[in-house]
Design a protein around this ligand. Sequence first.
Ligand code: NDP
Length: 276
Amino acid sequence: MTSESVPDRYAVIGNPIEHSKSPQVHALFAQQTLQAMRYERLLAPLDHFVDSVHEFIVHGGRGANVTVPFKLEAFALANELTPRAQAAGAVNTLSFSADGIKGDNTDGIGLVRDITRNAGVPLRNRSVLLLGAGGAARGVILPLIEENIAGLVIANRTQPRAMELAQQFSHSGVPVSPAAFDQLDQRFDVIINATSASLDSALPPLPDCVFGSQTLAYDMMYAAQPTIFMQHAAHHGAVVRDGLGMLIEQAAESFFVWRGVRPDTAPVYTWLRGQL
Ligand code: NDP
């Protein structure tokens, strides 16, 4: 093989990592767009994320996705950050070049594209309730605000974290306020579950009034069956959607960041849905 024909290397780095669907998604994107690249899973020891990244770079790595629990370490490692990574305070996409390590965050734009394009629900002038104040919640706030939503309420089990997040975005031009779950007293157009409660089959304790028949209830988690949050929201009349589309759209944005080409996500979504 000549050096020209060696495919560029990419990886998803996390711990654990066996469950990650990113290698299949990126392989399909590469096949579709005729990009010569290889994308693998990289298990980094919990206390050796930075070493693992440097080793990957030495062995020809051009970029990497970063997943649990390393998104904050990736943020600290990058010597250049995009505005959306800065706003998120976390990095899920690293690009390696002679200039150093650039950190980006594609989770938020992935969510927004899945809602507006794939689900066909416009966000402009819509009231949005964001449940959770962890890494995933933080990452989607700026992209939501950039859609010119009418307002954002952030509700979290640990209230000070919601307050801190709301404060961070208080000068964004869109009203952003914190709330306790039991203080919520209005119906929302869009409710995004960015808590990890569904992983434990638990529900954030929401009053019924937040749901309406036009409400889109979006769970960032995805599974073969509707999550408990989706079941609950559907029971209260809402339209429901899980986070599989977000996963694929954030991957497509990372792919674009690295390769400058936008893959068609629809066939990949259909294929991956069938694999769950
Ligand atoms: P974090 O651990 O950073 O945050 C977890 C959040 O969930 C916190 O706000 C926490 O509240 C809250 N929480 C946990 N358990 C409960 C509960 N029983 N009731 C109410 N709130 C609860 O996780 P992430 O932000 O990284 O991930 C959140 C979810 O988003 C996960 O399910 C993850 O799989 C999903 N995700 C999906 C993506 C996709 O592409 N589809 C991308 C990224 C994430 P507190 O502050 O009180 O602890």
